[in-house]
Design a protein around this ligand. Structure first.
Ligand code: FEO
Length: 385
């Protein structure tokens, strides 16, 4: 990274659930950056509980100087929570942000810094001396006020939440990093594929060589891999050709059907088959897995004339995030009035480009000859495509 750009963020290893719902066993980083130049700018703040540690980091990086600007790219409190602490510490500094963000600042914190602010928009340039920051609108990635800042001097993109990941660990590459980036993407940004594609288009032709997101690690190596991944995810295209079989089971009979289907598909040479018990899996991992594969099989018992609660939540999490372009197989179980298939199909009826594989498998309490034959036929359908 350019030597004028100094990370001043913090790492949160106490947090259990990010945004109140995502398990983060490796913690969470709230990144912030200082750009030292003739004028000095701080990009984004951190979660309020870390204000003291962050101010210390900023002061140390400043080395006795005073900051001229605080650039607020995104108003979600994990990044805006220490604006007031900054404003109080450095009352001469100018707060730079979008008009929408200043409205949010007033709503969140009761101040929009009218006497000391600079409102910027897409295409505006903030000259710091050697470094020039061009602002790029990134609306709905994943909030409406978001700006990216591109340092055109060094090719450094400050990308707000985009290209972030769960985890505050020191890893910068490898399968865990990309897995956590994918779980983060589909959890936080997944609904907004169209908007992600729009901002990726704006970046085409920009000479970006470093990405500084507000979560995770600075990206310097493998930049193409990240951009390709974001492009694919924004397009809701699967990463691989295999299948996720997601099941809920009360007494093990629906589980047995899910496992039998996996066995049959593997025997047919289906490249990768993953089986998840939704009641015992992290739902954000299940969501990321569903978006990874081209095929999803849903297997649920009928419960209260509906589907099992974990299955209902899982499908809702998918449809909220624009789940689409997939082949879906359905397995239901019911001891007297099976309803799960009808309910699961209805939950997906507004999802685009979903092809239901036939047949729908119906289990009457436990696997029998008829349901085994249906599973074989479903295997034929899924593995033929
Ligand atoms: Fe990391 Fe949307 O805040």
């Amino acid at each position: 990274m350019d030597r004028d750009i100094i990370p001043v963020g913090v790492k949160d290893f106490q947090i259990d659930l990010f945004e109140g719902q995502y398990a983060v066993p490796k913690g969470m980083a709230y990144n912030s950056y200082l750009i030292k130049d003739e004028k000095t700018a701080v990009v984004d703040t951190v979660e309020r509980g870390f204000a003291g540690e962050w101010l210390t980091n900023v002061e140390r990086a400043l080395g006795g100087a005073k900051p001229d600007y605080l650039i607020v790219q995104h108003m979600e409190p994990d990044h805006s929570g220490s604006i007031a602490a900054f404003a109080e510490r450095w009352p001469e500094a100018t707060v730079v942000s979008s008009a929408k963000a200043f409205s949010m600042m007033k709503a969140f914190y009761g101040d929009e810094y009218a006497e000391r602010r600079l409102v910027v928009k897409e295409g505006d340039v903030l000259a710091l001396g050697n470094h020039s920051l061009r602002f790029i609108g990134a609306p709905m990635v994943h909030w409406p006020e978001v700006l990216f800042s591109l340092d055109e001097t060094t090719g450094t993109l400050f990308s707000a939440d985009a290209f972030g990941r769960f985890g505050a660990d020191a890893e910068t590459s490898g399968p865990d990093v990309m897995a956590e980036a994918k779980r983060y993407y589909f959890g936080i940004v997944g609904k907004y594929g169209t908007q992600v594609k729009a901002v990726l288009k704006k970046l085409e032709g920009a000479a970006v060589n470093t990405i500084c997101p507000t979560h995770g690690n600075v990206i310097e190596d493998g930049l193409d891999k990240w951009l390709e991944a974001y492009s694919k995810w924004a397009d809701y295209a699967p990463d691989c050709d295999g299948a996720l079989i997601a099941y809920t089971s009360v007494y093990g009979n629906t589980k047995a059907a899910a496992e039998l289907l996996a066995e049959l598909m593997r025997e047919r040479g289906c490249p990768q088959v993953s089986v998840m018990d939704l009641a015992r899996s992290d739902v954000s991992e299940a969501v990321a897995a569903a978006f990874s594969f081209g095929t999803l099989v849903l297997a649920s018992t009928t419960y209260n004339n509906e589907v099992f609660p974990a299955m209902r939540r899982f499908i809702s999490e998918l449809t909220e995030r624009n789940f689409q372009k997939r082949t879906v197989g359905i397995i239901e179980n019911g001891s007297w009035a099976p309803q799960a298939a009808k309910v699961m199909k209805a939950m997906l009826e507004k999802s685009k480009d979903i092809v239901f594989a036939e047949p729908t498998v119906t289990i009457a309490s436990s696997l029998g000859d008829a349901s085994r034959a249906q599973l074989t036929a479903l295997t034929d359908a899924l593995c033929a495509k």
